[in-house]
Write a protein that binds this ligand. Structure first.
Ligand SMILES: CC(C)(COP(=O)(O)OP(=O)(O)OC[C@H]1O[C@@H](n2cnc3c(N)ncnc32)[C@H](O)[C@@H]1OP(=O)(O)O)[C@@H](O)C(=O)NCCC(=O)NCCS
Length: 213
């Protein structure tokens, strides 16, 4: 797979992070990270099913051959919904989450998203700080949404993500990163107009499909 784009952003000492489409061969590492970062981890079957569906974007971040993070998003017409994002606990705080989210959002915008939403645990300060930088603002909460432990979710939205202003925000975030982001070529799946979201899992939410939920 050839590198599509390289953003060179300074510090040469930073390890090169490659963001690419999630594939079956990544799932062992993805599951290992998932087990360490979620109290209700998704199963292999759920990741496989999700990553294969239309109207989805699932990405991993690699340092060399090691998968160090991942993120996913689904579309409901022109709204994107971030379903999952996590970074290997041994590599958190190194802006990997920021890089993966940056690529995820740009890819969603390129495919026609005009607004993006997600849920986050009310106590998850690190994730909320990251989302704030990306312009997500609270729009409500879902009581008792998460399990183990039970906790409310904040519902966040970023609107008008297809605007020049939002593009400028993403450019600013990229400029602040301390090293290159390499994006491998993503397969462009044609958007379908009949996307079903009724069976959609979201961040940290157990689902019927997940035997461990
Ligand atoms: C949330 C998560 C994906 C962020 O990824 P990351 O690579 O660690 O985050 P980054 O290094 O890109 O930092 C992004 C921002 O988050 C904030 N942040 C990161 N770690 C933090 C911490 N321990 N405490 C407070 N804020 C923190 C900072 O504001 C940071 O911005 P900065 O780079 O300008 O300082 C990662 O911490 C993670 O996997 N957490 C467990 C799973 C999870 O909570 N997923 C989100 C579900 S909604």
């Amino acid at each position: 797979m050839s590198a599509l784009r390289v953003s060179s952003l300074g510090r040469e000492s930073a390890p090169t992070l490659v963001v690419t489409q999630m594939r079956r061969r990544h799932l062992r590492s993805v599951l290992r990270i998932e087990e360490r970062t979620s109290s209700t981890p998704w199963s292999l079957g759920l990741f496989l099913a999700e990553a294969r569906r239309a109207e989805r974007i699932y990405l991993v971040a690699r340092e060399g051959s090691s998968v160090v993070g991942f993120a996913g998003l689904l579309f409901a017409l022109t709204e994107g919904h971030v379903t999952t994002i996590a970074v290997d606990p041994d590599r958190q705080g190194a802006r990997i989450g920021t890089r993966v989210l940056l690529v995820l959002l740009r890819e969603a915008i390129a495919r026609g998203a005009t607004a993006i939403t997600l849920e986050v645990r009310a106590s998850n300060q690190a994730a909320q700080a990251m989302y704030r930088r990306f312009g997500f603002v609270p729009a409500g909460s879902r009581k008792g949404y998460y399990r183990d432990p039970v906790e409310d979710a904040l519902v966040l939205w970023a609107h008008e993500v297809d605007s020049a202003e939002y593009g400028g925000r993403l450019d600013g975030i990229e400029a602040d990163l301390g090293g290159p982001v390499v994006i491998e070529r993503m397969a462009r799946v044609e958007r379908q107009s009949d996307a079903s979201t009724s069976d959609v899992p979201t961040v940290g939410e157990p689902t019927e499909q997940d035997p461990r939920s």
